[in-house]
Design a protein around this ligand. Structure first.
Ligand code: COA
Length: 176
């Protein structure tokens, strides 16, 4: 499977070109129940707007790097590295929105994206990665298996995307 997956850095013009597929990726993950900022109802145009209004300007400004995984020519996953850190944290970067399309999960795509993201972080001269993920989600064992340590849990942090309840978030970090 991994041989069929390629990872590349998407620039602003790549985001514009692939807005439909990126919108489909995010929308599919939210409708599958992922806790990644959004709640239902969540339309395709809202999904595309996230990429065009939030991600694209940050990528263009050099504040965010977007990695995209392709499988059989289609966008299968993505992850963002936010390196827009304050002056006292030049050594740190934050993982945002690790997404793998529900149709191609459990085939190592997230692992590949995170390996590439860590190499990228090192190349930037940064050596501390931080993230947060909903407590109990399948991403938690993934990050733990990649060497991320748990700093703590914040209860009642965010709304579930589908059900009327608040979920906790787990703060994690890895020193490279
Ligand atoms: C979390 C997510 C990115 C994993 O993507 P994936 O490509 O399926 O993950 P991988 O195949 O690389 O799996 C890596 C490891 O993650 C863990 N994992 C992934 N899916 C899991 C599941 N359903 N149950 C338990 N562990 C799981 C396992 O440790 C797995 O390793 P293994 O297959 O060797 O046991 C994907 O499920 C997803 O997009 N979820 C919705 C978005 C989200 O919640 N992102 C995290 C935001 S912080």
């Amino acid at each position: 499977m991994n041989d069929a997956v390629s990872i590349s850095t998407f620039h602003a013009d790549d985001i514009e070109t692939h807005l439909g597929e990126l919108g489909e990726l995010l929308s599919a993950c939210v409708h599958d129940g992922a806790s990644i900022s959004f709640v239902l109802p969540f339309t395709r145009s809202e999904s595309e707007l996230f990429w065009s209004a939030k991600v694209l300007p940050a990528v263009r400004a050099g504040k965010l790097t977007l990695l995209v995984a392709r499988h059989e020519g289609r966008i299968a996953g993505s992850v963002q590295l936010d390196h827009d850190t304050p002056p006292n944290q030049p050594h740190r970067a934050e993982v945002r929105k690790l997404l793998v399309h529900p149709n191609v999960r459990r085939r190592g795509i997230a692992r590949l994206l995170m390996a590439e993201l860590e190499q990228l972080t090192r190349r930037m001269g940064r050596h501390l990665i931080t993230l947060d993920t909903r407590t109990g989600d399948k991403a938690e064992p993934l990050y733990a298996s990649l060497g991320y340590a748990t700093a703590g849990v914040i209860p009642g942090y965010c709304l579930d995307p589908i059900e009327d309840r608040l979920d906790s978030t787990t703060l994690m970090y890895k020193a490279l």
